[in-house]
Structures are given as C-alpha cells and as structure tokens.
Design a protein around this ligand. Sequence first.
Ligand code: OFO
Length: 170
Amino acid sequence: MNNTICTALNQQINKEFFSSYLYLSMAAFFENQNLKGFANWMRVQAKEENDHAMGLYNHLLERGGKVELGEIKKPSTDFKDILNIFEETLIHEQNITKKIHELYELSTTEKDFALQSFLKWYVDEQVEEEANAQELIDKVKILGGKGEALYLLDRELSARVYVPATILTK
Ligand code: OFO
C-alpha cells in the first residue's frame, strides 16, 4: 500500500470517529430533552460510525499499512431542535459521501484495486445513510412539532437496535 493511500485512509478513519462523536453529542442533546427514542437512534448511529472507522482500520492493517490515529475534533453541542439535528446529520453525511467518493477515485488513479473493491461497501452504505437522514427530516417536517406525533416517532426510534456492520463480520 502506498503512502498516499495510507494517509488518505488514516484521514477517513478520523472522520468516521468524528462522526461517532458528533452523533453521541446529538444523542446527549436528545437525552437532555427526555427524547429517549431519538437519543437511542443516535447512540446506535454512533456505534455504527465506530464500525465504519474500524473497517478502515482493519483494512489498513491487513494490507500492511500504518495506522496513525489523529486528534478527534470537538463536535458541536449547540443544536436548535429536532429538525436542525437531522438537517445537520444530512449535511454531515453528504460530506462523508464526498470523501468516500474521493477515496474511491484515488483507488482508481493509484490502481489500488483491492481498496476499490473494499470501498464498494462504503459507497453503498452512504446511499443508506443519506436516505435515513432525509427520511427523518421529512417525517419531522410532516409532524410539524406536534407533541403527540413526536411522541410516537420517539417510540418508533427507540426500537432501533445496533447490529455490527457487515464490513466487520464478512
Ligand atoms: Fe455515517 O457513515 Fe460513516 O461516517
């Protein structure tokens, strides 16, 4: 594995850990509002992000690359409301998608086809990540902050359970 790829993968590991941090921060905001279902959804999301980071970490090691963990940026703690959080989530995921696509492009220019094959999982995952955030934005908008409906959505989101990402189990 060449140095350019190694550096890029280490940077992506950092971004995935930051994603986990960001969603934990959002989970805490929900928890403080007693929105336990929303908080649960974000806690599960944070665990999945940890898996995304570990998938890249494992790939680097498997290929004889050097893992260099960097500092994790402080995530925001200033969220306005539920809608604002899911809008922030979508913007964040769109940014991650861009980074994954850049990595994919790099795997082509550097002719690292093992990395390219590995990254396909992340390309597909990002489609799901963006769709999930968009779906929650739409639902919250439809509910328009109505108490009873939000309570039901909170209940729905409390059912989300963490399942280890298949990138770690295959
Ligand atoms: Fe949310 O997909 Fe990783 O970062």
